[in-house]
Design a protein around this ligand. Sequence first.
Ligand SMILES: [Zn+2]
Length: 267
Amino acid sequence: MAEPEYEIYAIKYAERVGTRGATFMDGDPHDAPIAMDYFVWVLKSPERNIVVDVGMNRAEGEKRKRTFLRCPIESLKLVGVDPADVEDVVISHMHYDHAGNLELFPKARFHIQDTEMAYVTGRAMTHKRLRHSFCLSDVVQMVTMVYGDRVVFHDGDAKIFPGIDVHAIPGHSRGLQALTVNTARGTVVVASDAAHYYECVTDESLFMTHENLYDLLEGYRKVRRLAPSDDHIIPGHDPEVLKRYPAASAELEGIVARVDVSPRHTA
Ligand SMILES: [Zn+2]
């Protein structure tokens, strides 16, 4: 039977400007500025709506000096999704900017990799450098969800619904998962932080925050393997996404892009 085709929306909720030297390991002698956008994603079909990541909460974002533009969960309503109705949320990884609003989904189940849960609650977190990108209250919240039967664990690559698979891609975080989603233009890879920017996969620009460099590099390869072309990869933080893809509507220009359709430069 044919797999259902999903619409995919990338919703920007925060931004910051950093430097290339602090963003990529191989740096940049001129230390040029580089913008970073923060997204959540929505997968929509007539059968179901799935949310991918829940963004940071405002307090944590402000503590880290990110420009918080709008509540990522309230923003789901921009694409016709009521967070109160959402039944499934895929958490790509537990970093503060992806897992900061779990409590705003009263009935969702959260899909996470076994390895990510073990990573954020185990020995690795005794290293200050490794726990820097996590927020304790998010981790505690996820443990609470486990005890409330609200977590679905995945061990590596798995089909979670017809047309939607998760893929284990460690490196940035130990249990990171990306998604492949069936759309009208074929398979689209919602890479999340398996590729922060397009250049991570096209030029092997090494993202500074990682737990394993070898896995990070293998992950970039895997993202590319999963996608029919580089135009089918949706990076996790690249401002190019909102430039390359059409807005969901004229009023949502610069806020919400439709990424299940072809990018504008090849359209
Ligand atoms: Zn991130």
